[in-house]
Design a protein around this ligand. Structure first.
Ligand SMILES: [Zn+2]
Ligand SMILES: [Zn+2]
Length: 261
């Protein structure tokens, strides 16, 4: 089908389409940050609301909440009415429930569903659990051996919906290049994300999809087909913030999330 979308400029995150000839009036290009952390992750600094506000300010249509080995942030947002049980957007903004699981073989993103605590379990087992719950699995910062990226031998055996080929906070840029090459060879869809641990880094890198409707089900269907990647690295200041966040990880006796009521 002929493309019905305008060409986005580098800075456009939300692009209204041209009047459709045969499509419908509800089709838009939507940008998402598919990997970020709130202070429900011990090494992240800002509240879920701060991350949402930052994303909205940047014109994103949604974000995935992918805290390390906890879905407490997702449950918190459900209670606050930010996430609907039917997967529809709230006030034109879509929160994608998720979690970044520290599997036995490295980090793995679950999008579209929550999971029980699965830290330390085999990656294949986690992928299966994600799929049984209607979610999709994406390997983030693959090959990044300094940040628990899953190595190639394991990746090859996983049923992934996509590979995060651009992580704005990757240790060495060549790890992103390696992931991109792997995705191309395997014909895997790719994503770009900020892996933000602070509100200032939300939306630094994004993936956009042309969706007729902004909802969890349409997005989960679109991700394995591939989107439009906007790739930018964290600024030195943002990288420094993340570095100190990592340093403090585990030292905090009282998680910042306890500040929430
Ligand atoms: Zn990670
Ligand atoms: Zn992460």
């Amino acid at each position: 089908m002929q493309s019905i979308y305008t060409t986005p400029s580098e800075s456009d995150h939300l692009v209204r389409i041209l009047p459709p000839k045969e499509g419908d009036l509800n089709a838009y290009r939507h940008s998402f940050d598919l990997h970020l952390h709130t202070f429900f992750s011990k090494d992240a600094a800002d509240s879920p609301e701060s991350m949402i506000a930052a994303a909205k300010k940047k014109g994103l249509s949604g974000i995935a909440i992918t805290d390390h080995d906890t879905c407490d942030g997702v449950e918190y947002l459900r209670r606050k009415g930010w996430i609907r049980s039917d997967g529809e957007a709230v006030d034109g903004f879509l929160i994608i429930p998720g979690v970044e699981v520290s599997t036995k073989e490295g980090h793995l993103l679950c999008l579209g569903t929550t999971l029980p605590f699965m830290k330390g379990r085999r990656a294949t087992e986690v992928v299966q659990a994600i799929q049984e719950r209607g979610g999709i699995a994406i390997a983030p910062h693959a090959f990044d051996r300094f940040r628990a990226g899953i190595r190639q031998e394991v990746l090859s055996d996983l049923d992934l919906a996509a590979l995060e080929i651009f992580n704005a906070a990757v240790s060495l840029r060549r790890f992103n290049d390696k992931a991109a090459t792997f995705a191309t060879h395997r014909s895997l869809a790719s994503t770009a994300a900020s892996d933000a641990h602070h509100a200032s880094a939300v939306g630094v890198s994004t993936t956009s999809y042309d969706l007729r409707k902004l909802s969890l089900s349409t997005l989960l269907e679109a991700i394995p087909k591939g989107g439009h990647l906007e790739k930018n690295y964290l600024s030195p200041r943002q990288a420094m913030q993340k570095h100190f966040g990592n340093w403090f990880r585990g030292l905090r006796s009282v998680p910042a999330s306890r500040r929430l009521k």
